[in-house]
Write a protein that binds this ligand. Structure first.
Ligand code: NAD
Length: 335
């Protein structure tokens, strides 16, 4: 790709797309157009040298406007959050279909060379995820379909749009199914945060208030894999530029399975505390277990996410701790 080609990134006021804009900027790309519906002061990061636009991408006219002249379009815009958010806001999650529907059409009309869609492990059949000792999910496990209600079905339908834009209209589309992404500069408070950030914040609060306790959603035995943000953006770049992956959904996640209890152990170790765990059995907990089968990504890319969870949690904790104290001191924070 030419360094002066226009790259459009949707959802760039958010966690992953903000990191992606920085990633391309640091690699010398000169024309990056970052778009999000959030007002600019609320973006998690604003990257110098990147054109940043506040526009709602569920509006067709805005999608046409941002895709004008684009060589590559990345759709990471979605109304999303952790289990607490997606279980209680199914309409909002489903409405994200408007974003991808208009953006892929606009990219095709603009003659873009490549289009990327951020799908999710929530697109997989939930029937296969009832046991914490999971069999890792492989790409073919999405069908027969029984995705997460709302959020997961939107992802599955948008994947299909991407596949048909390739099959019927010849737009090369690329689809990654992310498994829990975490790291600094993401949501850590307010109800949309996911487990790693939420647990870091809860441990920081417990330390600060000297409560000696932490509330955990579920019984703590539910398992997931967690991918550090640097692996995620590197993976997006590799997937988007691998022609054998056109219109072929692929897992992008760590294959290191960890229970929520283990995650708490790691956060406690970084914080230097040991807390009494109070399990909230009626809180949203999602599926019992989920892991990423990385056989396909290793075969096709010769690579898989591998950033160690202990180091990633340490970096995430330190960043959230700093944010927490900034906020307490009355300064503005990103979440
Ligand atoms: P995020 O909430 O931090 O970022 C999403 C951004 O999209 C937000 O800034 C939001 O304002 C923006 N957005 C929402 N509706 C919009 C609209 N109509 N127009 C323009 N912008 C809009 O979330 P994230 O963690 O960075 O997730 C990015 C993508 O990755 C999403 O598609 C998400 O579903 C997917 N994903 C994330 C994870 C994860 O663990 N973080 C896991 C699986 C899939």
């Amino acid at each position: 790709m030419n360094k002066n080609d226009l790259i459009v990134i949707g959802g760039a006021g958010g966690f992953i797309a903000g990191a992606l804009a920085r990633y391309f900027r640091e690699r010398g790309f000169t024309r990056i157009r970052a778009v999000d519906k959030k007002p600019l002061p609320q973006w998690y990061q604003r990257v110098p040298g990147v054109e940043s636009l506040c526009l709602d991408l569920s509006e067709e006219a805005n999608c046409r406007r941002v895709c004008e002249g684009a060589a590559e379009v990345y759709n990471l815009a979605a109304d999303m959050g952790g289990m607490g958010f997606i279980e209680h806001n199914r309409v909002e999650c489903l409405r994200s279909i408007l974003i991808n529907t208009h953006l892929v059409e606009a990219a095709w009309r603009a003659g873009a060379e490549r289009f990327f869609f951020s799908s999710s492990a929530c697109a997989y059949n939930t029937e296969l995820q009832k046991d914490p000792n999971v069999r890792a999910l492989k790409e073919s496990d999405a069908y027969p379909a029984m995705a997460e209600r709302g959020y997961g079905w939107e992802k599955l339908m948008s994947e299909m749009f991407c596949q048909e834009y390739w099959a019927e209209r010849g737009l090369p589309t690329f689809i990654a199914r992310f498994h829990n992404v975490y790291g600094p500069r993401g949501t850590w408070d307010g109800g949309r945060e996911k487990a790693p950030a939420a647990l870091c914040r809860k441990v920081i609060e417990a330390k600060d208030s000297d409560s000696g306790q932490i509330e955990i959603w579920g019984d703590g035995q539910q398992t997931r894999s967690f991918m550090y943000i640097d692996d995620c953006v590197a993976g997006i770049d590799r997937i988007m530029h691998c022609d054998p992956l056109i219109a072929t959904p692929i897992n992008l996640g760590s294959s290191e399975l960890a229970s929520i209890n283990r995650l708490v152990d790691l956060v406690e170790a970084v914080a230097g505390v040991k807390l009494e765990r109070r399990y909230q059995l009626d809180a949203p907990r999602g599926v019992a277990g989920r892991n990423s089968d990385n056989t396909f990504i290793k075969k096709v890319l010769g690579w898989e996410p591998s950033f160690p969870l202990t180091q990633g949690i340490e970096r995430t904790y330190r960043w959230i701790e700093q944010q927490y104290h900034e906020r307490k001191a009355g300064r503005r924070t990103v979440s």
